[in-house]
Write a protein that binds this ligand. Structure first.
Ligand code: FPP
Length: 241
Protein backbone atom coordinates (compact mmCIF):
# COMPACT_ATOMS: atom_id res chain seq x y z
CA UNK A 1 0.00 0.00 0.00
CA UNK A 2 1.14 3.51 -0.81
CA UNK A 3 1.03 4.56 2.83
CA UNK A 4 3.74 2.03 3.73
CA UNK A 5 6.42 3.63 1.59
CA UNK A 6 7.87 6.98 2.66
CA UNK A 7 6.78 9.82 0.42
CA UNK A 8 9.87 11.26 -1.32
CA UNK A 9 10.57 14.99 -1.17
CA UNK A 10 10.54 16.16 -4.78
CA UNK A 11 11.39 19.66 -6.00
CA UNK A 12 9.47 19.30 -9.24
CA UNK A 13 6.41 17.24 -9.98
CA UNK A 14 4.37 17.41 -13.18
CA UNK A 15 1.07 19.27 -12.86
CA UNK A 16 -0.71 16.75 -15.06
CA UNK A 17 0.34 13.12 -15.48
CA UNK A 18 -1.22 10.81 -18.08
CA UNK A 19 -1.05 7.04 -17.65
CA UNK A 20 -1.66 4.45 -20.36
CA UNK A 21 -2.52 1.34 -18.36
CA UNK A 22 -1.07 -1.31 -20.65
CA UNK A 23 -0.04 -4.93 -20.27
CA UNK A 24 -2.99 -6.35 -18.32
CA UNK A 25 -3.68 -8.99 -20.97
CA UNK A 26 -0.04 -10.15 -21.05
CA UNK A 27 0.14 -10.23 -17.27
CA UNK A 28 -2.82 -12.64 -17.20
CA UNK A 29 -1.54 -14.71 -20.13
CA UNK A 30 1.82 -15.24 -18.41
CA UNK A 31 -0.11 -16.86 -15.57
CA UNK A 32 -2.40 -18.91 -17.81
CA UNK A 33 -5.40 -16.80 -16.75
CA UNK A 34 -8.14 -15.16 -18.85
CA UNK A 35 -7.38 -11.53 -19.80
CA UNK A 36 -10.09 -10.18 -17.50
CA UNK A 37 -8.02 -11.24 -14.49
CA UNK A 38 -5.32 -8.90 -15.74
CA UNK A 39 -7.76 -6.00 -15.85
CA UNK A 40 -8.97 -6.82 -12.36
CA UNK A 41 -5.38 -6.75 -11.12
CA UNK A 42 -4.80 -3.54 -13.07
CA UNK A 43 -7.53 -1.84 -11.06
CA UNK A 44 -5.51 -2.44 -7.87
CA UNK A 45 -2.54 -0.65 -9.44
CA UNK A 46 -4.83 2.16 -10.59
CA UNK A 47 -6.12 2.72 -7.08
CA UNK A 48 -2.65 2.66 -5.49
CA UNK A 49 -1.19 5.06 -8.08
CA UNK A 50 -4.09 7.50 -7.71
CA UNK A 51 -3.47 7.69 -3.96
CA UNK A 52 0.24 8.11 -4.52
CA UNK A 53 -0.35 10.94 -6.98
CA UNK A 54 -2.13 12.83 -4.22
CA UNK A 55 0.67 12.13 -1.73
CA UNK A 56 3.22 13.46 -4.24
CA UNK A 57 1.22 16.65 -4.78
CA UNK A 58 0.26 15.92 -8.38
CA UNK A 59 -2.77 18.06 -9.27
CA UNK A 60 -4.16 16.05 -12.19
CA UNK A 61 -3.73 12.42 -13.16
CA UNK A 62 -5.52 10.93 -16.17
CA UNK A 63 -5.81 7.18 -16.74
CA UNK A 64 -6.58 5.74 -20.16
CA UNK A 65 -9.06 3.02 -19.20
CA UNK A 66 -11.01 2.32 -22.41
CA UNK A 67 -10.44 3.74 -25.86
CA UNK A 68 -12.88 4.33 -28.70
CA UNK A 69 -11.04 1.46 -30.43
CA UNK A 70 -11.33 -1.01 -27.53
CA UNK A 71 -14.88 -1.98 -28.58
CA UNK A 72 -13.15 -4.19 -31.18
CA UNK A 73 -12.12 -6.60 -28.40
CA UNK A 74 -14.13 -9.79 -27.73
CA UNK A 75 -17.52 -9.03 -26.16
CA UNK A 76 -16.65 -11.03 -23.06
CA UNK A 77 -13.59 -8.82 -22.41
CA UNK A 78 -15.48 -5.57 -23.10
CA UNK A 79 -18.27 -6.68 -20.74
CA UNK A 80 -15.77 -7.50 -18.00
CA UNK A 81 -14.10 -4.08 -18.30
CA UNK A 82 -17.51 -2.32 -18.17
CA UNK A 83 -18.39 -4.40 -15.09
CA UNK A 84 -15.12 -3.30 -13.46
CA UNK A 85 -16.03 0.36 -14.07
CA UNK A 86 -19.43 -0.11 -12.45
CA UNK A 87 -18.04 -2.01 -9.46
CA UNK A 88 -15.26 0.49 -8.87
CA UNK A 89 -17.55 3.47 -9.12
CA UNK A 90 -19.52 1.91 -6.28
CA UNK A 91 -16.29 1.68 -4.33
CA UNK A 92 -15.14 5.15 -5.28
CA UNK A 93 -16.25 6.25 -1.83
CA UNK A 94 -12.63 5.56 -0.82
CA UNK A 95 -11.47 8.31 -3.13
CA UNK A 96 -14.08 10.63 -1.73
CA UNK A 97 -12.86 9.82 1.79
CA UNK A 98 -9.39 10.71 0.59
CA UNK A 99 -10.65 13.97 -0.92
CA UNK A 100 -9.77 13.16 -4.51
CA UNK A 101 -11.88 14.79 -7.19
CA UNK A 102 -13.06 12.35 -9.89
CA UNK A 103 -13.79 13.37 -13.49
CA UNK A 104 -14.45 11.43 -16.68
CA UNK A 105 -13.50 12.20 -20.26
CA UNK A 106 -14.74 10.48 -23.40
CA UNK A 107 -17.95 9.92 -25.32
CA UNK A 108 -20.52 8.78 -22.78
CA UNK A 109 -23.32 8.19 -25.28
CA UNK A 110 -22.24 4.60 -25.96
CA UNK A 111 -22.10 3.68 -22.24
CA UNK A 112 -24.94 2.14 -20.26
CA UNK A 113 -27.32 4.47 -18.44
CA UNK A 114 -26.38 2.77 -15.13
CA UNK A 115 -22.73 3.59 -15.68
CA UNK A 116 -23.47 7.13 -16.84
CA UNK A 117 -25.52 7.79 -13.74
CA UNK A 118 -22.73 6.50 -11.51
CA UNK A 119 -20.28 8.73 -13.38
CA UNK A 120 -22.47 11.80 -12.85
CA UNK A 121 -22.96 11.00 -9.15
CA UNK A 122 -19.25 10.48 -8.58
CA UNK A 123 -18.34 13.74 -10.30
CA UNK A 124 -20.99 15.59 -8.32
CA UNK A 125 -20.01 14.19 -4.92
CA UNK A 126 -16.30 14.91 -5.39
CA UNK A 127 -16.44 18.24 -7.19
CA UNK A 128 -15.48 20.37 -4.18
CA UNK A 129 -12.06 18.70 -3.70
CA UNK A 130 -9.20 20.83 -4.97
CA UNK A 131 -5.89 19.05 -4.24
CA UNK A 132 -5.90 16.23 -6.78
CA UNK A 133 -8.22 15.43 -9.66
CA UNK A 134 -8.26 11.87 -11.01
CA UNK A 135 -9.56 11.74 -14.56
CA UNK A 136 -10.70 8.46 -16.04
CA UNK A 137 -10.78 8.27 -19.84
CA UNK A 138 -13.62 5.92 -20.82
CA UNK A 139 -14.64 5.47 -24.47
CA UNK A 140 -12.04 8.13 -25.12
CA UNK A 141 -10.15 8.80 -28.34
CA UNK A 142 -8.10 11.91 -29.07
CA UNK A 143 -9.20 12.08 -32.71
CA UNK A 144 -12.83 11.59 -31.72
CA UNK A 145 -12.46 14.38 -29.14
CA UNK A 146 -11.03 16.81 -31.71
CA UNK A 147 -13.73 15.85 -34.22
CA UNK A 148 -16.38 16.57 -31.58
CA UNK A 149 -14.80 19.97 -30.84
CA UNK A 150 -14.79 20.83 -34.57
CA UNK A 151 -18.49 19.95 -34.83
CA UNK A 152 -19.38 22.14 -31.84
CA UNK A 153 -17.37 25.11 -33.11
CA UNK A 154 -18.87 24.68 -36.61
CA UNK A 155 -22.35 24.90 -35.09
CA UNK A 156 -21.37 28.19 -33.45
CA UNK A 157 -20.05 29.52 -36.77
CA UNK A 158 -23.29 28.45 -38.45
CA UNK A 159 -25.38 30.25 -35.78
CA UNK A 160 -23.27 33.39 -36.16
CA UNK A 161 -21.92 33.15 -32.56
CA UNK A 162 -18.32 32.78 -33.79
CA UNK A 163 -16.54 34.08 -36.90
CA UNK A 164 -14.01 31.70 -38.48
CA UNK A 165 -11.31 34.35 -38.01
CA UNK A 166 -11.86 34.04 -34.22
CA UNK A 167 -11.02 30.32 -34.10
CA UNK A 168 -7.82 29.88 -32.10
CA UNK A 169 -5.95 27.00 -30.50
CA UNK A 170 -7.35 28.22 -27.15
CA UNK A 171 -10.89 27.95 -28.50
CA UNK A 172 -10.28 24.39 -29.66
CA UNK A 173 -8.77 23.53 -26.25
CA UNK A 174 -11.91 24.87 -24.56
CA UNK A 175 -14.10 22.57 -26.66
CA UNK A 176 -12.26 19.38 -25.69
CA UNK A 177 -13.45 17.03 -22.93
CA UNK A 178 -10.55 18.40 -20.87
CA UNK A 179 -11.81 21.97 -21.37
CA UNK A 180 -10.63 23.36 -18.00
CA UNK A 181 -7.82 20.86 -17.30
CA UNK A 182 -4.21 21.92 -18.04
CA UNK A 183 -2.25 20.17 -20.83
CA UNK A 184 -0.59 16.88 -19.94
CA UNK A 185 3.08 17.27 -18.88
CA UNK A 186 4.18 13.68 -18.53
CA UNK A 187 2.89 10.47 -20.04
CA UNK A 188 3.78 7.15 -18.44
CA UNK A 189 3.32 3.99 -20.52
CA UNK A 190 4.25 0.64 -19.04
CA UNK A 191 4.54 -2.74 -20.80
CA UNK A 192 7.21 -1.88 -23.36
CA UNK A 193 4.99 -0.28 -26.02
CA UNK A 194 6.18 3.10 -27.24
CA UNK A 195 3.19 4.80 -28.76
CA UNK A 196 0.46 7.27 -27.82
CA UNK A 197 -2.50 5.18 -29.08
CA UNK A 198 -4.80 8.18 -29.61
CA UNK A 199 -4.41 9.34 -25.98
CA UNK A 200 -4.71 13.11 -25.43
CA UNK A 201 -3.04 13.82 -28.77
CA UNK A 202 -3.87 17.54 -28.62
CA UNK A 203 -3.07 18.00 -24.93
CA UNK A 204 0.26 16.12 -25.29
CA UNK A 205 1.75 18.63 -27.75
CA UNK A 206 4.71 19.30 -25.40
CA UNK A 207 4.48 16.29 -23.08
CA UNK A 208 7.48 14.33 -21.87
CA UNK A 209 7.31 10.52 -22.00
CA UNK A 210 8.32 7.72 -19.67
CA UNK A 211 8.36 4.14 -20.93
CA UNK A 212 9.04 1.00 -18.91
CA UNK A 213 8.79 -2.73 -19.66
CA UNK A 214 6.91 -3.42 -16.42
CA UNK A 215 3.36 -4.66 -17.05
CA UNK A 216 0.66 -2.43 -15.54
CA UNK A 217 -0.51 -4.89 -12.83
CA UNK A 218 3.13 -5.14 -11.63
CA UNK A 219 3.74 -1.38 -11.71
CA UNK A 220 4.29 -0.41 -8.08
CA UNK A 221 4.18 2.78 -6.07
CA UNK A 222 8.01 2.67 -6.01
CA UNK A 223 8.02 2.44 -9.83
CA UNK A 224 5.73 5.46 -9.97
CA UNK A 225 7.96 7.43 -7.57
CA UNK A 226 10.94 6.61 -9.81
CA UNK A 227 9.12 7.81 -12.93
CA UNK A 228 8.06 11.05 -11.25
CA UNK A 229 11.61 11.65 -9.95
CA UNK A 230 12.92 11.32 -13.50
CA UNK A 231 10.55 14.06 -14.66
CA UNK A 232 12.51 16.50 -12.49
CA UNK A 233 15.61 15.88 -14.67
CA UNK A 234 13.88 16.70 -17.93
CA UNK A 235 14.55 20.04 -19.57
CA UNK A 236 11.37 21.40 -21.11
CA UNK A 237 11.69 24.19 -23.64
CA UNK A 238 8.26 24.33 -25.27
CA UNK A 239 9.80 25.16 -28.63
CA UNK A 240 12.12 27.80 -27.17
CA UNK A 241 15.87 27.49 -26.46
C1 FPP B 1 -4.63 -2.32 -21.75
O1 FPP B 1 -3.99 -3.54 -21.52
C2 FPP B 1 -5.71 -2.17 -20.80
C3 FPP B 1 -7.01 -1.91 -21.12
C4 FPP B 1 -7.50 -1.71 -22.48
C5 FPP B 1 -8.04 -1.82 -20.06
C6 FPP B 1 -7.61 -1.10 -18.83
C7 FPP B 1 -8.72 -1.17 -17.89
C8 FPP B 1 -8.57 -1.37 -16.57
C9 FPP B 1 -7.30 -1.45 -15.84
C10 FPP B 1 -9.81 -1.43 -15.77
C11 FPP B 1 -10.16 -0.03 -15.47
C12 FPP B 1 -11.12 0.10 -14.40
C13 FPP B 1 -11.05 1.14 -13.57
C14 FPP B 1 -12.06 1.28 -12.54
C15 FPP B 1 -9.98 2.14 -13.69
P1 FPP B 1 -4.13 -4.69 -22.59
O2 FPP B 1 -5.33 -5.50 -22.27
O3 FPP B 1 -4.14 -4.11 -23.96
O4 FPP B 1 -2.84 -5.50 -22.32
P2 FPP B 1 -2.01 -6.33 -23.38
O5 FPP B 1 -1.38 -5.33 -24.29
O6 FPP B 1 -1.03 -7.05 -22.54
O7 FPP B 1 -2.95 -7.25 -24.09
Amino acid sequence: MAKDIAVPELDTVPVHVGVIMDGNGRWAKKRGLPRKFGHREGVKTFRAITRRAKQLGIKYITFYAFSTENWKRPKDEVDSIMALFEKNLDEVKDFIDEEIRVRFIGDRTALSETLREKMRNTEESSKHFTDTTMILAINYGGQDEICNAVKRISEKVKNGEVDTSEITTEMITEHLYTEDIPPVDYIIRPSGEMRLSNFMIWQAAYAEYYFTNILWPDFSVADFDKAIKEYGDRSRRFGGV
